[in-house]
Write a protein that binds this ligand. Structure first.
Ligand SMILES: [Zn+2]
Length: 60
């Protein structure tokens, strides 16, 4: 049982690393204006138009 926990932890660590890598190519968007743009910085920032917090969009 302990061994399976270690494997799950390792898988989680690898997926987290992949998320960091894909974030560079991800899109962020405004949920209010429904606009999207490339994420060019570590922080998502706020929408220029309405001031809502931008959210990271899943890649499709
Ligand atoms: Zn907006």
């Amino acid at each position: 049982m302990f061994e399976s926990i270690v494997q799950a932890s390792e898988a989680h660590r690898q997926s987290a690393h992949q998320m960091v890598g894909s974030l560079k190519m991800a899109l962020k968007g405004c949920p209010e204006c429904r606009t999207s743009q490339m994420i060019a910085s570590p922080s998502l920032g706020l929408c220029d138009d309405c001031g809502s917090g931008l959210v990271a969009l899943p890649r499709e």
